[in-house]
Design a protein around this ligand. Structure first.
Ligand code: ZN
Length: 255
């Protein structure tokens, strides 16, 4: 079950998707990304959980549009463990690592498996359950995700994409449920597009450097000349990640 928060923006698309997974016997539930601190969103989530026991909360990464509601978790889910990569978000449970199984019911199938996918941020994870990949912001339902510097890393992101493609190829999942935008029913196509898009941008940045561009601003003016002004700041962050990946981030550009 997907519940979309009412926080639309150029960065969050139509809003953050929160997911509620139900156990086989329908008696317990797991929550993925509580989302922003919006009372109506919380009410909708708790109504969806209903009489089920909320067994676990999992955070796909640190960004506020996914994690903010955890700030008040002791009020709305006082005994529920929060599973996250970063210790500061983990609660009543140790920080998660790759391959961890987070159980939320009595059946062996009532568990999500953690796939660490650093890149968008260094603490980004995806979750596997029932042939579905819950991708957080690593893969989005529309457009492509952003990789910023120094919060994320383009080299790690490219490796994470390769890993998701490899998991798809061995049949670990057939559908992606992203944290923003609609379901992805054709993951091979989308992941292939993501990889091509990244490589294309990297060659554009290389070309801009060859033309003499040096700073983030100069590279951004060339590579992202047609970007929506509202997301220019994000574009500059992406350029910083690209320059860092290429080892071309100049001293005055380092944050
Ligand atoms: Zn994010």
């Amino acid at each position: 079950m997907r519940i979309r928060a009412d926080n639309p923006s150029p960065m969050t698309l139509t809003g953050t998707n929160t997911y509620v997974l139900s156990s086989r016997d329908d008696r317990s539930a797991l929550l993925i990304d509580p989302g922003p601190e919006l009372p109506e969103h919380r009410e909708t989530i708790l109504a969806e959980v209903g009489d089920r026991r909320l067994a676990a909360i999992v955070l796909t990464h640190r960004h506020a549009d996914h994690s903010e509601m955890l700030g008040s978790v002791e009020h709305w889910a006082p005994d529920v463990p929060v599973h996250a990569v970063l210790p500061e978000f983990s609660r009543l449970a140790p920080p998660v690592t790759d391959g961890d199984l987070i159980a939320f019911g009595d059946d062996d199938a009532d568990a999500v498996r953690v796939v660490t996918t650093p890149g968008h941020t260094m603490d980004s994870i995806c979750l596997l359950h029932d042939s579905v990949l819950y991708s957080g912001d690593t893969v989005l339902g529309e457009g492509t995700t952003i990789v910023t510097h120094p919060e994320g890393s383009l080299g790690d992101y490219l490796e994470s994409l390769d890993r998701l493609i490899a998991l798809l190829e061995v049949g670990e999942y057939s559908r992606i449920e992203p944290a923003h935008g609609p379901t992805i029913d054709h993951p091979a196509e989308v992941l292939g597009h993501y990889r091509r898009h990244r490589r294309e941008r990297i060659s554009q940045v290389r070309a801009a450097l060859e033309q003499g561009a040096r700073t983030t601003t100069e590279v951004c003016d060339i590579v992202y000349h047609d970007v929506d002004p509202r997301v220019r700041g994000a574009a500059e962050q992406i350029v910083r990640a690209q320059l860092s990946y290429l080892g071309a981030l100049t001293a005055d550009d380092r944050p």
